[in-house]
Design a protein around this ligand. Structure first.
Ligand code: NI
Ligand code: MN
Length: 242
């Protein structure tokens, strides 16, 4: 897929489920929710991400925290997450300087991008030997590139009214929204979210991976006909917009 207008020189790769790789025009590389090794949707070899600067983790569930520890150790990337997850990752052997905790409403200015952690309406925990470990709250991220292009990765979430605040403050041109239902928004809720967020483009995610995720891009596309000002881009895992 290619377009001169969608992405303003930012390369966007969908690695299946909620995992996206973004590369800025200057080459800063960001991986969001890197569940790739056991992700049945991820393209083969997706764990070999190459050069990587930042990993953003929306929450502690296995399909989002995923292969963060291994990829961070291999690449030296800085991991950005809630303080509880940042602490957990240091216990797992990450260099404390490479595991940065932040919280909702705050931004981290890094090279040619600004990363803001925003609200998500969801839970967050890690599971080890049948024990639940507290993961702080679930979050979403706004990534603003120096050229003004702004992406909103919603993480796992239900729809919430403060998506309007996200729209007003950050004006994301592109929203990455879950549509699979059961654990997250379904198509109907994601359409409502688009009305609050008013992005130019939306890429549906978090569908089709497990049988319980009943929301489909077909249903989303059908319902989005009521919101013609937002263009839906359905990406195949492994596909890149550049
Ligand atoms: Ni989750
Ligand atoms: Mn999930």
């Amino acid at each position: 897929m290619s377009s001169q207008n969608i992405n303003k020189g930012v390369t966007i790769t969908f690695l299946g489920h909620a995992c996206f790789k973004l590369i800025s025009p200057q080459g800063t590389t960001i991986l969001i929710d890197p569940w790739v090794k056991d992700n049945p949707q991820a393209p083969r070899g997706a764990e070999n991400v190459g050069k990587l600067h930042y990993i953003l983790v929306s929450h502690g569930h296995g399909d989002h925290l995923g292969d963060t520890t291994e990829i961070a150790k291999k690449t030296g990337a800085m991991v950005i997450s809630m303080p509880e997850i940042a602490h957990y990752l240091i216990q797992k052997g990450l260099n404390p300087e490479k595991s940065v905790g932040m919280n909702k409403g705050g931004s981290l200015i890094a090279a040619d991008i600004r990363i803001t952690m925003v609200h998500a309406f969801h839970s967050s925990s890690m599971v080890e030997e049948n024990r639940i470990i507290y993961g702080g709250e679930a979050a979403g991220f706004i990534v603003r590139f120096d050229n003004g292009f702004t992406v909103y990765h919603a993480g796992d979430t239900g729809v919430f009214g403060d998506m309007k605040i996200i729209s007003d403050l950050y004006k994301p041109a592109l929203a990455l929204l879950p549509i699979g239902s059961h654990y997250v928004m379904g198509p109907e809720e994601a359409v409502y979210a688009c009305g609050l967020l008013k992005p130019q483009y939306v890429i549906p995610m978090h569908y089709g991976t497990f049988p319980v995720l009943s929301g489909t891009p077909e249903k989303f596309l059908e319902l989005m006909e009521k919101v013609p000002e937002v263009k839906v881009l359905v990406m195949t895992p492994g596909e890149t917009i550049d």
